[in-house]
Design a protein around this ligand. Structure first.
Ligand code: PSU
Ligand code: MN
Length: 300
């Protein structure tokens, strides 16, 4: 692993650092806007008072914190591979370039000593998983990775109820940020209630400290931050595009790691930019909140 000097310095000083994933850049957001958005996400972390550490594998090296050249390559090269935990070593051994998912980003961030991670949406249990067994490695990785992940819930392309059940089984806690409802990514409310609500970055930091004292910090923790209602995707547009996207994936016979990128791309195209606008707003909000939580945690 190669840790960016600014990240090394912050960690050594016990300062706030926020990890960021790169699959959202390479496979989750359309080129060429993705590079500008990736920089804006880093800026949002800085605005919240923390150091951003975008994570990717570049020429065989797992990098924690990217310089502008590396960020540009991950954003601009259509051949960048989507890398989950099981793929990191193979891509590294071959000197390849890979964008890390929530799972592999969480793994590498925790290994570097980073405690807080921000993204848009978590992977989860796919619809039809009873037949396909398609469940994101994000879930099992969080079950054994000591990190807080700030996200806007999971997309409705997934089976949200099943995802919440799996998180419970895997000892991954879920805190609603100023909400009692699990957020639905493009929508503030997925329709599922949550057991726990927190109302300030300080309250999240209190939970992080209690986890460390009690040893439950070996597991991941989700801080679910809903999109502001004025930025939500129109519900009819959302439901229509979701149904069409699931049908299109079925017809095209998409499977495995291609399912999520396929559906994200379908959404962005079919909503003519409305889903992209919502996606950007929520990820910037998550980056900012993650920074504030990291600051609160380091302050005590
Ligand atoms: N959900 C989103 N946007 C994303 C992803 C998920 O709303 O960009 C990406 C993340 O990198 C996540 C990955 O870790 O997709 C999950 O892919 P899979 O379902 O193949 O595990
Ligand atoms: Mn999958």
């Amino acid at each position: 692993m190669l840790i960016h000097p600014e990240v090394t310095a912050a960690l050594a000083a016990g300062g706030p650092v926020v990890a960021l994933e790169s699959t959202i850049i390479s496979h989750g957001l359309p080129r060429p806007d993705n590079l500008r958005i990736a920089r804006e996400i880093e800026d949002a972390v800085r605005a919240g008072g923390a150091v951003p550490a975008t994570i990717a594998v570049v020429d065989g090296t797992a990098r924690i914190g990217l310089d502008d050249e590396a960020l540009s390559r991950v954003a601009g090269d259509p051949d960048v591979t989507k890398v989950s935990v099981r793929d990191i070593a193979t891509v590294a051994a071959r000197g390849g370039v890979g964008a890390t998912t929530v799972a592999s980003t969480a793994h590498l961030a925790a290994r570097a000593g980073i405690k807080v991670f921000a993204t848009g949406g978590l992977g989860g249990v796919h619809r039809g998983a009873r037949d396909t067994w398609d469940e994101s490695a994000d879930l099992t990785t969080l079950s054994r990775t000591p990190i807080l992940i700030v996200c806007a819930g999971v997309k409705s392309i997934l089976d949200v109820g099943a995802t919440l059940e799996r998180l419970e089984t895997l000892n991954v806690g879920v805190l609603g940020y100023r909400t009692d409802r699990f957020p639905g990514f493009y929508r503030a409310d997925s329709g599922h209630p949550l057991d726990w609500r927190v109302d300030s970055p300080g309250a999240v930091a209190d939970v992080l400290r209690a986890r460390a004292a009690l040893g439950t910090d070996v597991y991941g923790l989700v801080l679910a931050n809903p999109i502001a209602t004025e930025h939500e995707l129109d519900v009819e547009l959302h439901d229509r595009v979701l149904a069409a996207g699931l049908r299109a994936a079925d017809v095209a016979g998409v499977h495995g790691k291609d399912v999520t990128p396929f559906l994200l791309d379908f959404f962005h195209r079919e909503t003519h930019g409305a889903s992209l606008a919502a996606n950007v707003v929520l990820v910037l909000g998550n980056a900012r909140l993650a920074a504030e939580v990291a600051v609160a945690y380091c302050a005590a």
